[in-house]
Write a protein that binds this ligand. Sequence first.
Ligand code: ATP
Ligand code: LTN
Length: 333
Amino acid sequence: MEEVKKRVLSMLQPTGTFTLGNYFGAIKNFIPLQDEYECVYAMADLHAITVRQEPAALRQNVMKSYALTLACGIDLEKSILFLQSQVHEHAELAWILNCYTQFGELSRMTQFKDKSAKHADNVNAGLFTYPVLMAADILLYQADYVPIGADQKQHLELTRNIAERFNTLYSPTFKVPDPLIPKTGARIMSLQEPTKKMSKSDPNVNSFVSLLDDTDTVIRKFKRAVTDSEACVRFAEGKDGINNLMGIYSCATGKTYEEIEKEFEGKGYGDFKLAVGEVVADTLKPIQEKYNQIITDKAYLEACFADNAMKAERIARKTVSKVMKKVGYIINK
Ligand code: ATP
Ligand code: LTN
């Protein structure tokens, strides 16, 4: 008998060009999982409109993010990669789960607190219920594992609570998922304010490295990265800037912190920053080459959207039907 593979699910918001944070915290880890698990990945474009998006820019960002995810190594022969807005079950299940989530639980979400402070003129209900939509994304596919960066851990805990609550109220309906958070790279910090996470929506372009930055830009951004005045490459409390650069260098080379400290013993920050910039630029080059081929083929991308939405919906529909029956809705024969 063929072994049933466990399922992995994760999504990315197409709100700009992915950064090194998105890559090391999430996308890079999606790739090896494809060989062991049944992987379902998506562009969370429903989540994206919790912050105001210009329609033409959103459309472009979805195309670019999808192509970039493929360029990073998602293989459509092995995995599903779809657009969230094309599978209506996400919105359907999110509504139902909203009625099993407490106001108090959502009020404690740190991403809500951060984003409502950042977008004080648009604290919409969607921003508040965002984690419920994320729970629906995961529970629809009965996912066993969810690869994410550390910033999403709290949302995953809420997802588990919602699933357990529903399962207890009715009967086992949802698989309760576990997070997969990488040991290094789980939280890549801003190059300008290393106590804040690197974010693609940061208005200061020097704070992040985008996966499409060219070599000169990458090197310049690392050169300008905020560090400290000790001039010694070592991992220690209070050295946020250097700790972050060491984390990035470690993700890109596979070297441990000890190995990095040894490599740069007696050398200044200038040498270290240049080395980090060079190794990151080398990591990005093959991704950018592949991206440039994919992004020009609009017909191919559109065919992928249609085919993958269909595959995702087949799985999602089963869960929604099950949930509707349990809640007590009448389903037409
Ligand atoms: P925004 O800046 O628009 O809020 P984001 O980049 O923080 O977006 P997503 O695109 O939704 O958020 O993130 C996709 C994945 O990348 C998630 O798994 C998230 O945990 C991870 N991620 C985002 N930023 C970082 C970071 N700085 N370090 C590590 N992982 C990150
Ligand atoms: N909330 C996530 C993006 C996201 C997601 C998901 C991640 C939406 N739905 C489902 C994992 C599983 C973020 O902001 N990074």
